[in-house]
Write a protein that binds this ligand. Sequence first.
Ligand code: PEP
Length: 254
Amino acid sequence: MRRKIVAGNWKMNLSLAEGYQLAESVKSETKVIKPAGTDIVLCTPFIHLKGVSDIVQDSGIATGAQNCSNEKSGAFTGEISASMIKSAGARWVIIGHSERRSLFAETDNLVLRKTSAAIESGLRVIFCCGEVLAERERNDHFRVVKRQLDEGLLGLQVSDFSKTVIAYEPVWAIGTGVTASPIQAQEMHGYIRSLVQEAYGTTVARETLILYGGSCKASNAAEIFSMPDVDGGLIGGASLNSAEFAGIIRAAEL
Ligand code: PEP
């Protein structure tokens, strides 16, 4: 039986004090829930990372960044390297989020280079993929997700691939209040698992975690997480409210 992951993506939200307060609240809620089969990750803005990592230390909650540079170090003004993220106490990084792909022109190739840089520095990667609405409407969603995976992830050596989890995030569901139906999510997650199987074999495919992301909240998480190939969620808006986020963790534990 695979473990589940519930990862919060705080995006560009919260002052330092608000972020620390939220981390404290999530820690308290988690102490009450005592999740047995679910790992929790808080992906914070860079400046919150060290403080939040300190707050959740020894609580079983891990931290992550939302992006990293593909470069190791040097004259790249404004960039943050994977090893810097690791040195702040984080274990994870989100790579290839649709907002990075669309707003910051990240290509599949750049996503691959960032993924490789993160793994080389000892981070685990939440690799995001997903189609936009127009692609789904013209029935192109499987092809788009296959391309993102083939070009951004599935070329890795198996030892590197095993440091990643995949988040299927249909772009039309992110921040819109519209979720994929459990059937739509399962259909894509099953397809993704079949692609992993083709690339790395049955055992690796069985062990790979595939998260769902897109307007997931406490009221709809249980239904989506009950699908056989859905192994938890990447949570944006609902991760900014500790009670809502706790409800999603409870749903993962069902
Ligand atoms: C996300 O940005 O990864 C996400 C899933 O956002 P939301 O939950 O707000 O749709």
